[in-house]
Design a protein around this ligand. Sequence first.
Ligand code: PLZ
Length: 447
Amino acid sequence: MSDPAPGGPGIPQHRELVTAIPGPRSQELFARRAKHVAAGVSTTLPVFIEAAGGGILRDVDGNSLIDLAAGIAVTSVGNSAPEVVARVTSQVAAFTHTCFMVTPYDSYVDVCERLGELTPGDHEKRSLLLNSGAEAVENAVKIARSFTGRQAVAVFDHAYHGRTNLTMAMTAKNMPYKSGFGPFAGEVYRAPVSYHLRDQLKGQEAAERAIDVLEKQVGTDNLACLVIEPILGEGGFVVPERGFLPRLAEWAKAAGVVFIADEIQTGFCRTGDWFACDDEGVVPDLITTAKGIAGGLPLAAVTGRAEVMDAVHVGGLGGTYGGNPVACAAALGAMEAMEKHDLARRARHIGAILAERLTALQADHPVIAEVRGRGAMMAIELTGPDGRTPDPARAAAVNQACHSAGVVTLTCGTYGNVFRFLPPLVIGDDLLNEALDVLTEAFTATA
Ligand code: PLZ
């Protein structure tokens, strides 16, 4: 198990710094970027990448950095995975676009068939392909409204669903996602989630609290759907207590509310199962996917119960590029790689290493209030001595120290105090452990 799955364009799998981070070439490019790219687009780490594969990103100055971000949970199969490259190369040479709504092609149908097989539940399913996660969430809401004839949408505290108008309304955090961009779409209502560090509630209790809000403040007769990330991503890798999701799913079913799992960040082996809902056997009516689905090419999907999906009139769903043939080829390659290399098992293995190392780190650094997550989606939440007051400054300092040492890390969370780990699932054990050594040094150096 210690060897990574073969992948990437033969990039040596070690960290090597030949300049300061960022190096001179990257700094030059960054200055150009400021002249031509809109200022609103942020940068986590200003190194420009030239090649990547396995667990390594190589920059234009010749530095090799360890990748603990996977492009925000996208390159789960690794960058330029051979299965993806082979299929994309032959597809791009055959044809690049016809628009599936004009003249169809089989790879779109193949991806939908695979999605039906892999997503939770063995009921009859249909899928719709799109370009981005936000677009998938928008479409899932459209479908739920069409099916139920109701309008209201239930979302949760700390949720992240995208940056389009409807999904901004569904996303919880003001800065940087929403501030100044209103007015937002109406009929979106927020309920409390299960967040044990902050509410100490059992899953069932937290579910009853949310249900009470929805029944009393919205009314089930008005509710088209409930949308939830089974592990909340951008909001802080919040893992709802066991029992929370099954109780919500059961309640939604009884109330005729479409249960939508947003698995855009958690899906495709990331958490150690094909989908995070599998962990407690939750079967959503609709599931939104993107990110890991296509090894880095832009593709997203809504998959769900045939009767719900097919409620929409012909012509009601679509888009010029949705299910582009090159992206579909990539998705078929990514799914092949996940199956061939059993990347769900690999994610569990990565999760075991992360859990052990992070728990050991916590013993030495009480600023780590909690180690949580599942599989290759783990995080630590940093707080003051009371175990609650967020410490975003320390998270930023540790992040900076990791970056300077050549490890690409990310923070997240409503309070910006969560340090998250999203390595490609093909990263080798040695590289992962080396990155965690760097993290350990960063905690000591910033103490
Ligand atoms: N739903 C659960 O995680 C995207 C956002 C990065 P798009 N998360 C990364 C950023 O700052 O823009 C995401 C997600 C969940 C929806 C989305 C939206 O997916 O492909 O970015 O539109």
